[in-house]
Design a binder for this molecule. Structure first.
Ligand SMILES: *Cc1c(COP(=O)(O)O)cnc(C)c1O
Length: 491
């Protein structure tokens, strides 16, 4: 029987206990003279002593589920194990204690690392140049589409090329970032086999198209085998091709977006390259481009003159900055470590194992649930719990997590009803996958009343989904205002 740790932990502001003492400034070894204008009276985070604060956060972490807790098959999110060596390297003093405004001569090692990481990612994607600056996948998309925009502005076609063509199986961030970059979104439907409907694609891609944006393997885990035909067609209409490479697990070392004809790629280091993610960051969404687009990349770029590294190159037609300095440096160190530790052989092994695991699970799950689209999958697959006797995807998910098995992604992609999107990654063991499969198999046999109150073994039990989405109160201030009383009594 599984029980998540459940504590009645107040928010940190309401923690009771001893207060910290303030060490008079004169006694401090490293006295810092903060300018008057920048001083705050209080940081507003309470004043409890260290051990209360540590216990508070340890308790919160125990009420959580992460890749360090167990199998985490969250499709499209690639929740693979994050090796601890990544953290050890990232906290080395030479990396941890440097400042982005330091003279480049003093931080040659850090610049070398960033340069090498970009070089590795260029090989992995086949792109000609790479920026590490964007802080997330969606941030990479926005940077990439801003490059599309700048390119057509520069070639004086922006007035007529207003559209980005996106399949209906796309991640929601694709149409969102296209829109944010100022384009109109044209959605194309999928064929019954789960790949892009090529006839509809040809109707949609015209001289008005700025870019065709797609992820391959797509969100059903299926490799778009007509990708070269699509790429040639889109190029023949003068459009650019954007590859959403958030999840490269299913193809890395086997092929590259460049070989598939793409001009722009973003990667999620916090998925494929084993850096931490979830809870809003920190992430990293590097963007690679082909030769003709490299002058548009964000600045500054790191260059190497054969002897020293420089951090001040400004590409002549740059779109500007999309984040400060070089992005999330600590995350980039972790990805560099992972790639160095794995080498080409290790990355190939990760890719093959991820695909093998996914197909092992797909084959077993198919015995009791439908798995739409072509049979052979890459790194993930989508099952559907549609049918009168089946519990809803949301109920299955809640039942799983109540039993210590992390739920897959549900209700995505939108083209599959009652979708359960499973991605084991290369980290999963056979025992973990078998436990997941068996738990799902048993769940489907339960009477529907079972699910009404679940989950019961977690700190957060069944929430009112409709109220949560129609009437969200995401901040403490909003909650307090609504209840006109201290938060403690509210939760
Ligand atoms: C996760 C994901 C994104 C967005 O990445 P974030 O880092 O969450 O912004 C985009 N596309 C696909 C296919 C994804 O799986």
């Amino acid at each position: 029987m599984y029980h998540q740790a459940v504590f009645d932990e107040p928010i940190i502001l309401d923690l009771k206990g001893r207060r910290t003492i303030k060490i008079p400034l004169e006694n401090q070894k490293f006295r810092v003279d903060i300018p008057e204008m920048m001083k705050r009276g209080s940081a507003g985070i309470g004043d409890r002593e260290e051990f209360s604060v540590i216990r508070h956060y340890v308790k919160l972490s125990e009420m959580n589920f992460g890749t360090d807790s167990g199998f985490y098959p969250l499709g499209s999110c690639t929740m693979k194990y994050n090796p601890k060596i990544n953290d050890e390297i990232a906290v080395l003093e030479g990396f941890r204690m440097i400042h982005p405004l330091q003279d480049s001569n003093d931080v040659q090692g850090a610049l070398k690392l960033l340069y090498e990481l970009a070089e590795s990612l260029k090989i992995i994607t086949g792109m000609d140049e790479m920026t590490l600056q964007p802080l997330a996948g969606a941030g990479g998309e926005f940077a990439g589409l801003s490059i599309v925009r700048a390119y057509f502005e520069c070639t004086k076609q922006l007035d007529t090329r207003r559209e980005v063509v996106v399949p209906d199986s796309a991640h929601g961030s694709n149409p969102a970032s296209s829109h944010m970059a100022g384009f109109d979104v044209v959605q194309i439907p999928s064929a019954p086999d789960g790949t892009v409907d090529i006839e509809k694609f040809k109707e949609a891609v015209t001289e008005k198209t700025a870019a065709f944006m797609i992820t391959n393997p797509n969100t059903l885990g299926i490799f778009e085998d007509k990708i070269l035909e699509m790429a040639n067609y889109a190029h023949s209409k003068g459009a650019l091709l954007y590859y959403d490479g958030a999840n490269l697990n299913g193809i890395m070392t086997k092929t590259t977006p460049a070989k598939m004809g793409f001009d722009i790629v973003h990667l999620n280091l916090h998925k494929t390259f084993s850096t931490p993610h979830g809870g809003g960051g920190p992430g990293a969404g590097p963007v690679g481009v082909v030769e003709k687009l490299k002058d548009f990349l964000p600045y500054p770029m790191i260059t190497f003159d054969g002897d020293r590294y420089h951090d001040d190159y400004v590409p002549p037609k740059t779109i500007g900055k999309v984040a400060s300095f070089f992005g999330n440096f600590g995350v980039l160190v972790r990805a560099w470590t992972y790639i160095k530790m794995m080498g080409e052989e290790g990355l190939r092994d990760a890719c093959e194992t991820a695909v093998l695991n996914s197909n092992y699970m797909r084959k077993k799950v198919q015995e009791f649930m439908s798995v739409p689209g072509k049979t052979l999958k890459k790194h993930e697959f989508v099952a559907s719990s549609v049918g009168a006797s089946m519990p809803k995807a949301g109920d299955i998910a809640k039942h799983l997590i109540d039993n210590g098995v992390h739920a897959p992604t549900i209700y995505f992609p939108l083209i599959v009803p009652e979708a359960l999107m499973v991605e084991p990654t290369e980290s999963a063991t056979k025992a973990e996958m078998d436990l997941f499969i068996e738990t799902v198999r048993q769940t489907l046999k339960l009477p529907h009343e079972t699910f009404e109150k679940e989950p019961v073994n977690l700190k957060v039990t069944r929430i009112d989904d409709v109220d949560a989405s129609k009437n969200p109160r995401p901040t403490l201030r909003m909650l307090r205002k609504e209840h006109k009383e201290p938060l403690q009594q509210v939760i």
